[in-house]
Design a binder for this molecule. Structure first.
Ligand code: PLP
Length: 302
């Protein structure tokens, strides 16, 4: 993972020189917010998928964490495009980060400055190309998802991800690809970095957003599924409903649309990518690659 330049507080900095002070507040306490965005190669050039929605979520995350962003939305949008151009990337992953920098250490963040950075790099399928076609193995995590009143699910806060990291480490060490976390009541939430969908009797279900990140891919999948004529419903459910679902899949910027073929050693459906998942996945990739005119307003060309 490497590119040429990283945008830091308004300047392009060499990848190897993009450094921070060891006493950076966010490094000690996780007091930052970030985004994960993808840009895809299309026939009309590089296009960022749903850039407006990602920037809106970034600023909402900053608002929740009381970070006064020293740039406006249009400046961040332009900086993202400039960074992609500067690195000559046709397709890439984009990681904007707004964080408490260094002035004083201690839990009180208010004295520390707010810094911004944007890194971009070439990145293929998050869980592997084979995962997109054949599906992945997962397990229900022994870690409960961040409790709704302990942090914010609407904000993509760095520190929130320690919960995901514990779940991911446990999953990897158990020999599966990804974790599915339950909330403190035992209801299904999401993966370590993906929203969850499951299909029963032809109806597509997903978790309400009170206990999960308001995923932009999740929102896209709901619209795509609706346009394809499927019924989509939000509901809380237990792990057992997933075991007997016809199809289960993850949706997220990194994971895109990744089928799940196994949960806790239970085979899901036929143990491979299901037909509805495949239809949604195909339409999703057509859209992000600019092959579907109907959704052209989801693409922001670099
Ligand atoms: C915890 C969590 N849930 C869901 C998602 C999916 O969100 P999006 O589709 O906006 O990438 C992500 C990734 O950002 C995530 O980290």
């Amino acid at each position: 993972m490497k590119a040429d330049k990283i945008w830091m507080d308004g300047k392009m900095v060499d990848w190897d020189k993009a450094q921070v002070h060891i006493c950076t507040h966010a490094l000690h306490y996780g007091s930052g917010v970030f985004e994960g965005i993808r840009a895809y190669e299309t026939d009309k050039g590089t296009a960022v998928f749903r850039l407006k929605e990602h920037i809106d979520r970034l600023f909402n995350s900053a608002k929740i964490l009381k970070l006064d962003v020293p740039f406006n939305k249009e400046q961040i949008r332009q900086a993202i495009k400039d960074t992609i151009k500067e690195n000559n990337l046709k397709s890439c992953y984009i990681r904007p980060l707004i964080y408490r920098g260094f002035k004083e250490l201690g839990v009180n963040p208010f004295k520390c400055p707010v810094n911004c950075a944007i890194a971009v790099w070439e990145w293929g399928a998050y869980l592997g190309e084979e995962a997109l076609a054949k599906g992945i193995k997962t397990k229900i995590s022994s870690y409960a998802r961040n409790y709704i009143n302990s942090t914010s699910q609407k904000a993509k806060i760095c520190a929130n991800y320690i919960n995901s990291i514990f779940a991911k480490m446990e999953a990897i060490e158990a020999g599966v690809d990804e974790a599915i976390l339950l909330d403190t009541r035992g209801y299904v939430t999401e993966g370590s970095g993906e929203n969850l969908f499951w299909i029963r009797n032809g109806i597509i279900y997903t978790t309400p957003t009170a206990t999960v990140l308001e995923g932009i891919t999740r929102d896209s999948i709901i619209k795509i599924a609706d346009d394809l004529g499927y019924k989509v419903q939000e509901k809380y459910t237990g792990r057992d409903e997933l075991y007997i679902s016809e199809e289960v899949f993850f949706a997220g910027t990194a994971a895109e649309v990744t089928p799940i073929r196994e949960i806790d050693n239970y085979q899901i459906g036929e143990g491979k990518r299901g037909p509805i998942t495949e239809k949604i996945q195909k339409k999703f990739f057509d859209i992000v690659k600019g092959k579907d005119e109907e959704y052209s307003d989801w693409l922001d060309y670099v």
